[in-house]
Design a protein around this ligand. Structure first.
Ligand code: IMP
Length: 185
């Protein structure tokens, strides 16, 4: 049985990872250590900075993840600012910004970092293309889930169960790559 430490304070992310690793012989332990999210240009930069901060305080191998929603009509906003924007204007604010816009395409991106002591971190990236709904729908998930509809679907992420969301989601896809790597170890 392998143990993997997931550095996060986000219960939604934790549930998704646990669901994904359910069939493997891996135990996920949450470590809510907290780290500053540097306002870099890319999710990789934010994740790499997080890894460096955690490594100074935590001596086991661990994973952490950074994600963001990039909306085409808003030139990629909120992107690397997704967390701050969610806690300030939230889904309602995003819908307001898109009120006059015809183009509603967006992409969710996720970057997992895997870190071991004395080694450079490895990154696993996943993306999910979709559109921003006209209104909030669904009671599940977290963050922008009620306004994001993945391509090929009519439901928002918030109208799906965790397992279904994982089959489409940026985090699910990044996690698949991480799982392939862990299986080889
Ligand atoms: P973080 O910086 O990786 O924690 O995530 C940035 C923000 O993006 C979070 O606060 C969430 O609001 C949002 N977010 C990240 N992943 C998802 C997702 O899968 N669904 C909905 N919102 C998400």
């Amino acid at each position: 049985m392998k143990t993997i430490y997931f550095i996060t304070g986000n219960k939604g992310k934790l549930s998704e990872v646990k669901e994904k690793l359910r069939s493997l012989d891996v135990t996920v332990i949450q470590e809510d250590l907290g780290y500053p999210e540097v306002q870099g240009d890319s999710l990789e930069e934010v994740a790499e900075y997080g890894v460096e901060c955690i490594k100074k305080r935590f001596s086991h191998p661990f994973i952490l993840e950074d994600a963001g929603l990039f909306i085409d009509a808003l030139e990629g906003f909120p992107g690397v600012y997704s967390k701050y924007v969610f806690f300030t204007i939230g889904c309602k604010g995003i819908l307001k910004l898109l009120e006059e816009k015809k183009r509603r395409t967006a992409v969710f991106r996720s970057v997992y970092a895997y870190s071991e002591p004395d080694k450079k971190p490895l990154f696993f990236i996943g993306e999910c293309q979709g559109i921003i709904a006209n209104k909030e729908k669904g009671g599940g998930g977290f963050g922008y889930d009620p306004i994001f509809i993945p391509n090929g679907e009519t439901k928002t992420f918030a109208e799906m169960g965790i397992e279904e969301k994982n089959t489409f989601s940026h985090r699910g896809k990044a996690m698949d790559k991480l799982i392939d790597f862990l299986k080889e170890k």
